[in-house]
Design a protein around this ligand. Structure first.
Ligand code: FAD
Length: 430
């Protein structure tokens, strides 16, 4: 009986069925709790209410399923501890490279997987289902480091960096935001001066994902003419430092930091030669925001799936809480919003594959999906009652992470202004 009651207390959180609290029963309780943790670590079942799988090719499904299995195996068991310790789990970098998490759409000759945009999106969806911090590392590397080197770099730069970034042998970061220039990056003060045979870089970037351990930073700086250029700054260059930002309550499994440039000597062949102006970093952000649009569907699906399972198991007033109308309303609205986002984002993927997705469409999709995921995380958290605030479930972690995702790569407000400008032709930024 002691054993059975102990099991019930573990399987049905907060059941609080009395059992004799002897050392023996406590040992059983702990044993079963650990066993249950191992057995039920990740019960995720992806919702597909409108048979979205029928819109995917066999290759898409294979890639998605491989990423899904990898997240279950490699991310789910370690992510809670990584977040509690506020550490990026570096041991997963190699695996991320192997499942196509770094530059999936970059051509094979540069070490990428040569996949289409829907495959890229599906990988982001699965990674963020695990944790937004893991997806952040992957999408920064793919869209904000490999993309500009691939699109704007010289052949020599591509061959030097892309294959190693694709395997994770090198990790990169992207420096656009400054202490005084966030939503308005065009006002940046970081600058390069032409010294004849090299440049000198001065300034600072803030809130930079991966910066504390990145091997290479794609940094955006103004030249003497006020033109924005892409600069490849490598770890070890004199005057370059990357202090870490601590005490974050969000994206704790992703390392964030500064980039500080104190008269850094930059060889001329470390400037991206084939594009300049603010449009260059903004185009990279389009690609990363597209990945976020997919990724946040993953967090929403995970929160919904967890809340649905919990609501069916949790008994109050003698019935599963899933049988109460108020809880059904929450769950029904969640799956409706997830389904709408899945359809919107799949269509965006088709347009992106055809080279027709606009910046404004990507903005709308990023804004909608992050908001949708954040609302679902908040509602799902409530369905779990007190258990929802613990690390036993992923929901609170997703909710905290999404507070960064709703701000970075263009805030919720800024994306609304992009849509507003697109439909009215009027710029409301200034
Ligand atoms: P601000 O621009 O100061 O905005 C503050 C508020 O004012 C926001 O609500 C905003 O919507 C509003 N606002 C601003 N302008 C307007 C306007 N014209 N009209 C109406 N409202 C307005 N940056 C990088 O370059 N690389 C990275 O890798 C990176 N990683 C990040 C990781 C994390 C965890 C976080 C939190 C941020 C990261 N960022 C990164 C920075 C991020 O992109 C910026 O935080 C974001 O662009 C907003 O800038 P800000 O924080 O300075 O806010």
């Amino acid at each position: 009986m002691v054993f059975i009651n102990a099991i019930i207390n573990v399987i049905i959180p907060n059941a609080n069925i009395p059992f004799k609290k002897s050392i023996f029963s406590y040992k059983i309780y702990t044993f079963v709790k650990n066993l249950t943790k191992i057995m039920s670590q990740d019960l995720y079942k992806a919702p597909d209410y409108f048979q979205m799988d029928e819109l995917l090719t066999e290759e898409h499904k294979l890639i998605r399923d491989a990423a899904r299995e990898w997240v279950k195996r490699e991310v789910s068991p370690i992510i809670e501890e990584a977040c509690q310790k506020a550490e990026f789990p570096k041991q997963i970098i190699k695996g991320l490279g192997e499942i196509g998490g770094f530059g999936p759409y970059v051509p094979v000759e540069y070490g990428g997987a040569g996949l289409d945009q829907i495959s890229y999106g599906l990988i982001m969806q699965e990674l963020e289902r695990g944790d937004s911090g893991i997806r952040s590392t992957s999408s920064v590397q793919s869209s904000l480091v490999m993309y500009p080197i691939w699109k704007y770099g010289s052949e020599e730069q591509k061959m030097k960096f892309l294959p190693k970034l694709a395997t994770g042998e090198l990790i990169g970061c992207f420096g656009l935001t400054e202490p005084d220039h966030g939503s308005n990056p065009g006002g940046m003060v970081t600058n390069i001066k032409d010294m004849g045979d090299h440049y000198i870089l001065n300034g600072a970037k803030m809130w930079i994902s991966n910066s504390p351990f990145a091997d290479v930073a794609v940094v955006w700086a103004k030249n003497e003419d006020g033109r924005i250029k892409g600069v490849l700054v490598e770890r070890g260059m004199e005057g370059f430092s990357t202090p870490e930002t601590h005490n974050k309550w969000s994206l704790r499994a992703s390392a964030t930091g500064e980039l500080v440039f104190d008269n850094v000597k930059i060889p001329k062949n470390n400037i991206l030669p084939n594009r300049d102006g603010l449009g260059a970093p903004l185009e990279c952000l389009d690609s990363a925001r597209y990945g976020i649009a997919w990724g946040t569907i993953g967090t929403a699906m995970d929160c919904y799936d967890t809340a649905l399972r919990y609501a069916k198991q949790r008994i109050q007033f003698g019935k599963p809480i899933a049988s109460f109308q108020l809880q059904q309303k929450k769950l029904a609205e969640m799956i409706t919003e997830i389904t709408k986002a899945q359809l919107l984002t799949w269509r965006l993927g088709v347009l992106k594959n055809e080279g027709r997705a606009t910046t404004a469409q990507i903005s709308m999709c990023k804004r909608n999906n992050v908001d949708m995921a954040l609302n679902i995380a908040r509602e799902a958290r409530q369905i779990l009652g007190a258990m929802g605030i613990t690390g036993e479930y992923s929901i609170m972690r997703h909710m905290m992470n999404l507070e960064s995702v709703v701000t970075y790569e263009g805030t919720h407000d800024i994306h609304l202004l992009i849509t507003g400008m697109d439909i009215t032709g009027e710029n409301a930024f200034k």
